[in-house]
Design a protein around this ligand. Structure first.
Ligand code: PBG
Ligand code: ZN
Length: 332
């Protein structure tokens, strides 16, 4: 007598070989055009300076010439887009170097666009790296961040980036109404076609710690909890995303990425614009540290961390591992 066929699910049938697994995988492999590499450009007497960031092994503050050289090298390896942060020589209480015509980021944009015209250059729009107090907005007499008074400053920053030749601007300050202000400012200045990628969903996260070493932007007093989102909130993310879309942004960023992939998924389901994930400095450093200690297979953890962001709905990923992936030919 023939044995009765088992009636349980045989999931292993589609896992029998690499070829079968490749055939049925739901998430497409990473592409070069999915990735954006962040860079820290430092205003220094020596334009060739290359200062390592201790809390981010493999990441450097780069002088103008060093940046140009490094970007060009990875451009030749297939780099498609960069996100620029400036580390100015002098800071003040009005962040004047954030919108100076010859500010460090503005000069970096001109140089990179000249050397690599097809590379997409995105500028982070914020004030913290340029403020003596390290906050993302103007302070009042009590030391609190003023919302509306900060908006014209942010607008000036974004317009200065556009004038330098940036392809996109990405405001990360989390002031209310900034997208509307920046959109108006760009339009009035004639940049109607310049996209705004809003860090609409940005949490007050301890994962930004290493970035603040790299950008020298840690707040001198207090924290960013009065403007960045509370990590306990998910539905509020949709409110932030919709508000920024109504104000005229073209794409959205969710940040951090991995620990907030539930948010990424929700925002992607709710909003019909590209949603980007920012795998932030702390996410990078955790993986690097374990990798350098030999506690994990770093290459595989990097790929898995990025695949999970694509699976969660990210159209594009900002990651400090972008150079590594290009260098080791891990993306198509
Ligand atoms: C500036 C800004 C920050 C990051 C991106 N833009 C830091 C912050 O808000 O303190 C964090 C990026 C990272 O951790 O990699 N506002
Ligand atoms: Zn900031």
């Amino acid at each position: 007598m023939k044995a009765l066929a088992a009636n349980f699910h045989r999931g292993r049938r589609l896992r029998t070989s690499e070829a079968v697994r490749d055939l049925v995988r739901e998430t497409a492999p990473l592409l070069r055009e999915d990735l954006i590499m962040p860079y820290f450009v430092v205003e220094a007497n020596d334009p060739n300076v290359r200062t390592s960031v201790p809390s981010m092994p493999g990441i450097y503050q780069l002088g103008l010439a060093a940046l140009e050289q490094q970007v060009a090298r990875y451009y030749d390896l297939g780099l498609k887009a960069v996100l620029l942060f400036g580390v100015p020589q002098s800071k003040d209480e009005l962040a004047t170097q954030a919108y100076a015509r010859d500010g460090i980021v503005q000069r970096a944009v001109r140089r990179i666009k000249k050397r690599c015209p097809d590379l997409i250059v995105i500028c982070d729009v914020c004030l913290c790296e340029y403020m003596s107090h390290g906050h993302c907005g103007l302070l009042d007499a009590q030391g609190d961040v003023q919302n509306d008074a900060t908006l014209p400053l942010l607008t000036k920053v974004a317009v200065s980036h556009a004038q330098a030749g940036a392809d996109m601007v990405a405001p990360s300050d989390m002031m209310d109404g900034r997208i509307q202000a920046i959109r108006q400012g760009l339009d009035v200045a004639g940049y109607l076609s310049l996209p705004i990628v809003s860090y609409a969903v940005k949490y007050a996260s301890a994962y930004y710690g290493p970035f603040r070493d790299a950008a020298e932007s840690a707040p001198a007093h207090g924290n960013r909890k009065s403007y960045q989102m509370d990590p306990g909130n998910a539905r509020e993310a949709l409110l932030e995303a919709k508000a920024d879309l109504d104000e005229g942004c073209d794409a959205l960023i969710v940040k951090p990425a991995g620990p907030y992939s539930d948010i990424l998924w929700r925002v992607k389901e709710a909003c019909n614009v590209p949603v980007w994930a920012y795998q932030v400095s702390g996410e990078y450093s955790l993986i690097r540290a374990a990798g350098l200690n030999g506690w994990i297979c770093e290459e595989q953890v990097i790929l898995e961390s990025l695949q999970s962001l694509k699976r969660a709905g990210a159209a594009t990923i900002i990651s400090y591992f972008t150079e590594y992936l290009l260098e080791h030919k891990l993306v198509r």
